[in-house]
Design a protein around this ligand. Structure first.
Ligand SMILES: [Ca+2]
Ligand SMILES: [Ca+2]
Length: 164
């Protein structure tokens, strides 16, 4: 199975997942909730995490104004079958820009289901130590978080480092 990403728009991403036998058919699309949310700045494909036999896709929305403040950001794991939200994760504080990078972290807790790594390089506001979160792909719960040692570290990881 392959997926393709349409050109980014300011608030919208057309997430097109195409079955191998069907070329470029659009199965579902989603849009950012508000102007400037930058949904689709990060997109990552995952193996089947909810056990329905279909792979999943995760999308980041780092400038989303979530429950924890302006530009706190969020990331969502979507069902590759229906586009329904399986897990929703919000940034911890204003300006965190959670969801800048999302990666398949493989199965780090040994439960047989791949896990999800998400960055918030601007965490916390004003200091920018940066933070990386690891969530269980099976339960959506936070397994671990690492924070940059010093202000200004922008602790993060680059696209392509963890995936493969
Ligand atoms: Ca699935
Ligand atoms: Ca796991």
């Amino acid at each position: 199975m392959t997926w393709t990403q349409a050109p980014l728009l300011p608030t919208a991403l057309l997430a097109a997942i195409a079955g191998a036998a069907r070329g470029q058919d659009t199965l579902f699309s989603i849009e950012g909730a508000g102007a400037g949310d930058r949904l689709g700045l990060s997109v990552a494909a995952f193996p089947d995490l909810d056990g329905d036999g279909w792979r999943e896709i995760a999308v980041g929305e780092p400038l989303h104004d979530g429950p924890n403040g302006s530009n706190s950001g969020r990331a969502r794991l979507l069902s590759g079958r229906s586009g329904a939200v399986i897990w929703n994760w919000d940034g911890e504080g204003p300006m965190d820009q959670f969801g800048q990078v999302i990666q398949d972290a493989f199965d780090l807790d040994g439960d047989g289901v791949h896990d999800v790594a998400i960055t918030a390089a601007h965490y916390p506001a004003g200091a920018f130590n940066g933070r990386v979160y690891l969530y269980s792909g099976a339960t959506g719960l936070l397994l671990h978080a690492w924070t940059g040692e010093n202000a200004g570290d922008f602790f993060n990881f680059s696209r392509g480092v963890a995936g493969g």
